[in-house]
Design a protein around this ligand. Structure first.
Ligand code: HEM
Length: 498
């Protein structure tokens, strides 16, 4: 999973002193760096200089191009990327079914996420995404979203505005209204995510034997601890209260949360085994859920707004017509059924994601133990594996005019009786659409992410018109390694609906 953060802050926030120390120490460890690339798979884009961090910098700047190159030249072969911190292998599509069926104990998405964010140091350890967290997310429904976007006819920087709404509405579904309305709460989950990202980036540039030193020196780790501590202090009394309530039932199945009012917190308590029912463990997992939910959903909604604004006259009228048909003037009580009846909106979301997915690599796993693919290829333990999902989605073998944005493409496919219907809904997946992952470890929060995105776009379409500034085209995303981040500064013009 790829959780994406404000790039400008990233550059400003880079601590010069720490970087200098890393560079100095790094010169001593060139040898250590080069031994990482020894495997029998074809390695793409290896010809970087031997200077310290050359491979890392090349990956951060050109990761997307390297993956694209690999896809074009070796689409039917297993290739190795010039990974910065781990051995990273891209698999051809023929392995999708077998790999996506592997259990956590053999190839784990949680471990891949934790590795990606250097979880050993940044607190995003694999246990955060353990079974109870995943079950809690899957069981949860959101009751309703609060209305918070309050804008007049003016340019609005989309990403920060959506981030603040999603942080709050996300936290509302995770911990409930009492906590999410407290003023610190909003900044807490974004601050935590930003500092995890920063710390992970610095640690990825650091040889393993020096990581304990950098761990002590970098300020981001202390900030991560600060955000965790503040969250824990505020949430612990609620957790204790809920655990006590849960313990009142000798038959715990009776304490099953009432769907409509339950928060992730309630579901987590419901699913956690008794020895894990402590405020510390529950708070830890709640941080993990907030981390998983916030930036993925914010980035998707930002992309939706960019694509809407770029061609508002073309896409808004049919979407508004559909909203009118299924929701009308309903202010509250929009149901999941209403949302799933709106095929145009669903198709629009999927098409936005097809062209602007969260990352270039999909179905990410870390091999927990060595295993063999059906063709006999050996995947060693600890290796990262994935599929080039972003490029598959842009391949003409998968879609007609694959490079063109066609908002209602998936609606048409769903209505076509001759099309294989599998994977055409926004939250479902197939080879052409791997952006929530695939198989038994697919994103557990995709229904919540989809509902939050749809409700917010409905709200905006009902009340606002939007456009890009004259002559402007949709802003390009920022590419860092295999991550894709929508432009976080870009302003779209909004006005009250005419
Ligand atoms: C549009 C919004 C979202 C997108 C695009 C998205 C995307 C993803 C992707 C690509 C993965 C990795 C799957 C893989 O590589 O196979 C993932 C995993 C995950 N997502 Fe999401 N996600 C979204 C929303 C959410 C939300 C709202 C939550 C929480 C409520 C969430 C929680 C998680 C968790 C916990 C994992 C790790 C699963 C595991 O370890 O087994 N996601 N997500």
């Amino acid at each position: 999973m790829h959780f994406l953060i404000n790039c400008n802050r990233f550059i400003q926030d880079l601590n010069v002193a720490v970087v200098t120390i890393i560079v100095l120490i790094g010169t001593i460890s060139i040898k250590w760096m080069s031994r990482k690339h020894a495997t029998h798979f074809v390695v793409v884009g290896r010809k970087t200089s031997k200077l310290p961090f050359a491979a890392q910098i090349n990956w951060y700047r050109n990761g997307s191009a390297l993956i694209h190159d690999a896809y074009k030249k070796f689409r039917d072969e297993v290739v190795q990327l010039p990974a910065t911190d781990r051995q990273s292998i891209i698999l051809p599509l023929r392995y999708l079914i077998e790999v996506s069926a592997l259990p956590h104990s053999i190839a784990s998405v949680s471990q891949a996420t934790s590795d990606f964010f250097m979880g050993r140091w940044t607190t995003l350890h694999v246990g955060i995404f353990g079974r109870p967290t995943l079950d809690a997310i899957r069981s949860q429904h959101i009751s309703r979203l609060s209305r918070q976007l309050d804008v007049d006819w003016r340019p609005i920087a989309v990403h920060p505005a959506i981030l603040s709404i999603i942080s709050q509405t996300g936290m509302r579904t995770i911990v409930g209204p009492e906590v999410c309305r407290q003023s610190w709460c909003l900044k807490n989950s974004t601050g935590y995510a930003r500092n995890v990202f920063m710390a992970a980036t610095i640690l990825k540039f650091t040889p393993a034997f020096l990581q304990p030193l950098i761990f002590v020196l970098t300020p981001y780790i202390y900030r991560i601890q600060f955000y965790r501590h503040r969250f824990f202090k505020a949430i612990a009394p609620y957790i204790r209260q809920r655990i006590e309530l849960h313990n009142c039932y000798s038959d715990h199945s009776l304490s099953r949360p009432k769907t409509e009012h339950a928060h992730t917190l309630d579901w987590l308590i419901h699913y956690s085994p008794p020895d894990e029912l402590t405020p510390e463990i529950i708070a830890d997992r709640l941080m993990g859920v907030a981390f998983g939910a916030t930036h993925t959903t914010t980035n998707h909604i930002t992309n939706c707004i960019f694509d809407l604004a770029a061609n508002f006259e073309q896409w808004a009228p049919p979407l508004r017509e559909e909203i009118e048909q299924f929701i009308g003037s309903k202010k509250t009580g929009i149901t999941s059924a209403d949302l799933s009846n709106m095929w145009k909106l669903d198709s629009f979301m999927k098409e936005v994601q097809r062209l602007h997915p969260p990352g270039k690599l999909s179905v990410n796993r870390t091999a927990i133990k060595s295993f063999e693919l059906s063709t006999g290829e050996k995947i060693p333990s600890g290796v990262h594996i994935s599929f080039p999902g972003a490029f598959i989605s842009l391949d003409d073998s998968q879609f007609k005019d694959a490079k063109t944005f066609d908002a209602f493409r998936f609606e048409r496919l769903r209505k076509d009786p001759n099309t294989n219907q599998h994977g055409l809904r926004f939250t479902s997946s197939y080879a052409g659409s791997l952006h929530f992952g695939h198989g038994r470890q697919i994103c557990p929060g995709r229904f919540l992410g989809s509902a939050l995105s749809k409700l917010l776009i409905i709200e905006i379409l009902q009340h606002y018109d939007m456009k890009l500034e004259n002559g402007k085209v949709r802003p390009e995303s920022v590419l860092i390694g295999d991550m894709i981040i929508p432009n976080t500064n870009y302003k779209v013009l909004f006005r009250s609906r005419q």
